[in-house]
Design a protein around this ligand. Structure first.
Ligand SMILES: C[S@@+](CC[C@H](N)C(=O)[O-])C[C@H]1O[C@@H](n2cnc3c(N)ncnc32)[C@H](O)[C@@H]1O
Length: 344
C-alpha cells in the first residue's frame, strides 16, 4: 500500500469510529479531509506522504485538533460557520481546502505530535472504586496517580457525583458527573483524600492558557457538554493545581509507594498503563506485589486501574487490595465514563 492509500484508509477508519461514537460532524470532516488535501500545501504534503501508521500516530486527530483550535479562536470564520452548533449550507469540502491553505503554517505544530488528553469524566469510575476502598478499610486515602496528564482526575474529590443511587455531594463543585449506571450502587462511604501526587512523562500545566486551549481543542466540537465540563474542571484546577512530577512512572512508584499506617495508599490510573513501556509496567506490578506483602489492615495498599483488558472492547475498573492481594473486576465502563456497568 502507498503512504497515500494508507492515509486515506486511516481517515476512513477514523470517520467510522467517529460515526460509531455519535460524532457525525467529525465523521464527515474525516471523510472529506483526504480530498481537501494536495501537495501544494505543507500540511497536504506531510499528511498524504505520512511515513508512519496514520491510526497509531493519531494523524486525523492531529489535524482536526489543529483546525478546531483555530476555529475556537475565531481564526477561520468560514470553516467555523460549518462547525457545531452552526450548520452552514454549501460545500464544506471546498471551505476545508481553503482553510487548510490559509492556515498552512499554523497547522504545522499540530502535526508534530499526537494529542494528549485528560478526560475528567473518568473520575466517575475512579471515584466508584475509591468508595469501595473507603468502605472496606475505613481509612482516609493517599492518591498516587500514574499518567496523570493535567491531573484533572487527581482532583476527583472536588467533583460531585450521582453513581446509581449513591450521591457524593460537593456543594459548589465545578463539575457534577452523572453517568448512566447499570447494576447495584457503590457503597456510600466517605472518601477523604489526605494527600495526592501524580506522575507523568509529560505533565500538562493547567495554569498555562495555551495548554488549556490545546486540551479543549482535542475534544470533538459536537460534544458541547464534554467541552463545557473540561473547561470548568480546568478553571478549577488552575486555581488549585495538582502536584505532578515529570518522570517515568516506575522509579516514582518504587520511591513513593510503601505502606503508611493510618492511610490507604492508592495507586490509580486511567487509560494510561497501555502507553507505559513493558519494563515500566512490570516494575510497577512487581513493586506493588512486594510492598503489598508488607501491608496490614492499618496500613493497606490498593491498586485501582481503569484500563483496557486484552480481548475486550470496553475498559474495566480493577482493584487489587493488600493485605491479601485480592484482585477484583469492579466494573466495565465507557472509556469517557459516560456509562458504568457495576459488577459488585
Ligand atoms: C491517554 S493519556 C491518559 C491521561 C489521563 N490518565 C486520563 O485518563 O485522562 C496517557 C498519559 O500517560 C502518560 N504516560 C505515557 N507513558 C508514561 C510513562 N512511562 N510514565 C508516566 N506517564 C506516562 C502520557 O504522557 C499521558 O499523559
Amino acid at each position: 500500500m502507498t503512504p497515500e492509500a494508507r492515509v486515506r484508509a486511516g481517515f476512513a477508519t477514523q470517520a467510522r469510529w467517529c460515526e460509531a461514537m455519535a460524532a457525525p460532524f467529525m465523521s464527515r470532516l474525516c471523510t472529506l479531509i483526504p480530498d481537501a488535501l494536495d501537495r501544494s500545501t505543507v500540511t497536504g504534503a506531510r499528511i498524504l506522504d505520512w511515513p508512519g501508521d496514520p491510526i497509531a500516530d493519531a494523524l486525523p486527530m492531529r489535524l482536526t485538533g489543529g483546525l478546531n483550535a483555530l476555529v475556537r479562536r475565531g481564526r477561520l470564520p468560514a470553516l467555523a460557520a460549518h462547525y457545531p452548533p452552526h450548520r452552514a449550507g454549501g460545500d464544506l469540502a471546498a471551505v476545508l481546502a481553503a482553510a487548510i491553505r490559509d492556515a498552512d503554517a499554523e497547522l504545522q505544530p499540530w502535526l508534530d505530535g499526537p494529542p494528549q488528553t485528560n478526560e475528567v469524566a473518568r473520575s466517575v469510575v475512579l471515584m466508584a472504586g475509591l468508595l469501595v476502598i473507603a468502605a472496606e478499610t475505613g481509612l482516609s486515602v493517599e492518591l498516587f496517580e500514574l499518567g496523570a496528564s493535567a491531573g484533572l482526575n487527581l482532583r476527583l474529590d472536588a467533583y460531585g457525583y450521582r453513581l446509581g443511587g449513591t450521591v457524593v455531594d460537593r456543594p459548589g463543585a465545578p463539575v457534577e458527573l452523572i453517568p448512566r449506571w447499570q447494576g447495584a450502587s457503590p457503597p456510600a462511604a466517605p472518601v477523604v483524600v489526605a494527600a495526592r501526587r501524580g506522575v507523568d512523562v509529560n505533565p500538562l500545566d493547567v495554569t498555562d492558557p495555551a495548554t488549556r486551549e490545546r486540551l479543549l481543542a482535542y475534544v470533538w466540537p459536537e460534544q458541547a457538554e464534554r467541552v463545557e465540563r473540561l473547561a470548568r474542571a480546568l478553571d478549577a484546577a488552575a486555581a488549585d493545581p495538582p502536584p505532578i512530577d515529570r518522570e517515568d512512572a516506575a522509579g516514582w512508584v518504587e520511591r513513593h509507594v510503601v505502606p503508611r499506617p493510618g492511610l490507604t495508599r492508592v495507586v490509580l490510573h486511567s487509560i494510561a498503563f497501555q502507553y507505559f513501556p513493558a519494563d515500566t509496567q512490570a516494575r510497577i506490578a512487581a513493586h506493588l506485589a512486594a510492598q503489598g506483602g508488607l501491608a496490614t489492615a492499618e496500613a493497606p495498599i490498593a491498586w485501582l486501574r481503569f484500563e483496557l483488558e486484552p480481548g475486550h472492547e470496553l475498559p474495566s475498573l480493577r482493584l487489587t487490595s493488600w493485605p491479601g492481594g485480592a484482585d477484583r473486576r469492579l466494573a466495565w465502563a465507557h472509556p469517557h465514563g459516560a456509562r458504568v456497568d457495576w459488577l459488585l
